[in-house]
Design a protein around this ligand. Structure first.
Ligand code: BDR
Ligand code: CA
Length: 311
């Protein structure tokens, strides 16, 4: 079977790190590059975290530094209350020797898509500044994008405001650019990621695997579970970002509904909300496949398989 080519655009971040882990050694995925954006922490920190995760796991994947600020908004929102001061608190890494590539992430996305046969899937698991900037800088890339499978949004409640999810809120203008791009979009939002709670029983299950990936998983999730419990009261943290990768590995994992989704970039109270017209009230052409359900048991099997791919 031909491997699915992807570019992972992320802001590690505990759950982003697990997404890297899952994609990094999969026999079904060709992780062409990792592009990094500011989000869970400042850009220097999310870049360092991506490099640390690759180095620790022995992944020979090029990592590119992207945008450190939203497209238009002045304010860079970060999430230290969830991901800690480093953006990846919990594990202890050895000194960093892996280096980021020289090329800017936005140029890398553009050049790689232009040179492709239209077979690359973009997987954004952070604010979509890099992807949107690439689309605006070089619209010729649009027909070259096979699909966009993103973690972000919610047709129900948000996690930063009652209306908005973090990745969309941080750069709602970028999200607007992506959702109006005309490319196929699968929106993996909180509606499904809040169903995959990394309960203590899951941490114990993965911890029984005897390899470095399992150790990283446990170290990451121990911290992530603590902050998620403090803020949201969950008994386990929602493992948001890896759902994107898992859905590529098993196309039956998610139940999706095709609909028109609009990003709220105008209002004060609901800024950053993904308005998903699941009942087709607006009679607009659909622009997204919104995930509405997930096979939870299958998801954890995929995570376990991903960890076991490491020695
Ligand atoms: C998203 O926000 C970030 O904190 C996580 O990494 C995830 O991408 C969930 O709202
Ligand atoms: Ca993320």
């Amino acid at each position: 079977m031909e491997k699915r080519k992807i570019i992972l655009d992320c802001d590690p971040g505990h759950d982003d790190a697990i997404a890297i882990m899952l994609a990094g050694k999969s026999s079904a995925i060709d992780l062409l590059g990792i592009t990094v954006v500011a989000g869970n922490q400042t850009l220097d920190k999310t870049l360092n975290n991506a490099l640390h995760v690759c180095q620790y796991l022995g992944l020979d994947v090029p990592v590119y530094k992207g945008c450190g600020q939203p497209m238009i908004r002045e304010k860079q929102v970060i999430a230290p209350e969830i991901h800690g001061e480093s953006g990846l608190d919990g594990p202890q890494f050895s000194a960093l020797t892996k280096k980021a590539e020289q090329q800017h992430a936005v140029n890398y996305i553009i050049d790689t898509l232009l040179a492709s046969d239209g077979d690359i899937t973009l997987v954004p698991t952070g604010p979509m500044t890099n992807v949107a900037m690439a689309m605006r800088l070089c619209p010729d890339i649009l027909p070259k994008i096979r699909e966009i499978v993103l973690m972000g949004g919610s047709y129900q409640l948000g996690n930063m405001t009652p209306a908005a999810e973090f990745n969309i809120l941080v750069d709602a203008d970028a999200a607007h650019v992506v959702f109006t791009s005309g490319r196929k979009i699968t929106m993996v939002g909180l509606d499904v990621t809040r169903k995959v709670l990394c309960l203590p029983s899951v941490v114990e299950r993965m911890g029984q695997i005897d390899n470095k990936a399992a150790k990283l998983f446990v170290d990451l999730m121990t911290f992530f579970n603590k902050t998620q419990k403090e803020i949201f009261g969950w008994a386990g943290a929602p493992l948001h970002d890896p759902v994107t990768i898992a859905s590529l590995l098993d196309p039956t994992l998610l139940t999706t509904k095709e609909c028109f989704t609009q990003i709220d970039i105008r209002s004060e109270q609901s800024y950053g909300r993904t308005n998903c017209d699941l009942f087709n009230m607006l009679k607009q052409p659909p622009n997204s496949f919104v995930a509405v359900d997930i096979n939870v048991a299958r998801f954890w099997d995929i995570i376990e398989g991903g960890i076991k791919n490491y020695s």
